[in-house]
Design a protein around this ligand. Structure first.
Ligand code: ZN
Length: 298
């Protein structure tokens, strides 16, 4: 695979996730450009209208619009579908990518720490996972490779390669200093790895193996599964306090996961798993309580 000569850094794909916008400020941008002169860094705002309104999106989620179906058809005329086509024309196209690497920066309301989401495990990404974890031990590597990278509807799939930076916990619409600092640090390590990879394409072999997590599924709240968009405010169940903020901590059969307002407790009945995106605000209306993952070594 080719070197990382051109890298696009995107913030504001979700307009109420502030850390990506912190990376786009003049000072941080200039700092990265000065630090990595061998890489042609480009910067852009994913969803400018949503950023202006400090909302996740205006009509539909931009980070679900980058399917070839949408990019190759004018059928969906909502703002985010059109913005995806415009963005793809400028930085893609996904069908035949020209940008070497896309780093798309997000925040989560879940306590996932500085999390790097990788969509495939080729030599480049294995090296990236190992390098980042070694440089920043608090970082978490999450692998979503249940389908080919290009099958995902994510913005970062318009490049030859793409990853997502997902840092939390940070409430929607606000900026917490330590979360922005973690985001900038993680982004810097990713770029440092790109520079290393350009000089030593086989560097993955020289880096120590690291723990990582692989997405395995989604867990829904136990009730109000129908008409949830209307009724989610009436949900009787909440995340159990033992599980809340325990992202990437081992969850075993019999551990509590939900508590009802009437005092009932729901227990985990599956095999041992590592929950994440626990109580993510953006998934609340879809009745999603958390995602599950397996721990493995990469
Ligand atoms: Zn996001």
């Amino acid at each position: 695979m080719s070197k990382i000569n051109q890298c696009l850094i995107v913030g504001g794909t979700h307009g109420n996730e502030m850390s990506g916008l912190a990376v786009l400020t003049d000072t941080v941008r200039q700092g990265l450009v000065d630090k990595f002169p061998s890489i042609n860094l480009q910067f852009d705002i994913g969803n400018p209208n949503a950023v202006t309104q400090n909302t996740r999106f205006t009509e539909e989620d931009l980070n679900r619009q980058f399917t070839l179906d949408n990019l190759n058809s004018e059928a969906n005329t909502c703002y985010e579908a059109k913005r995806a086509r415009e963005f793809d024309k400028k930085w893609g196209p996904k069908q035949e990518p020209t940008t070497d690497f896309v780093i798309d920066i997000h925040n989560t309301t879940s306590a996932m720490g500085p999390c790097l989401i990788i969509l495939e495990l080729d030599d480049f990404h294995i090296g990236l996972a190992r390098y980042v974890k070694q440089a920043m031990p608090s970082a978490v590597i999450l692998v979503e490779d249940e389908q080919p990278p290009a099958s995902h509807p994510y913005l970062c799939t318009i490049g030859k390669r793409g990853v997502m930076v997902e840092v939390g916990a940070q409430p929607q619409g606000v900026c917490r200093a330590e979360i922005s600092a973690q985001t900038i640090e993680l982004t810097t390590h990713i770029l440092a790895y790109c520079a290393l990879y350009n000089a030593q394409p086989n560097c993955a072999d020289t880096l120590a193996k690291t723990e990582a997590f692989r997405l395995t599924g989604t867990v829904y709240y136990p009730d109000n599964t129908e008409n949830v968009s209307d009724l989610h405010q009436l949900r009787d169940w909440a995340i159990h306090s033992d599980l809340q903020d325990s992202d990437f901590t081992q969850l075993n059969k019999g551990d509590p996961i939900f508590v009802s307002l009437s005092g009932g407790v729901s227990l985990w009945e599956g095999e041992t798993t590592y929950p994440h995106f626990i109580n993510e605000a953006a998934y609340h209306k879809y009745n999603v309580a958390f995602a599950t993952s397996d721990k493995f070594e990469v």
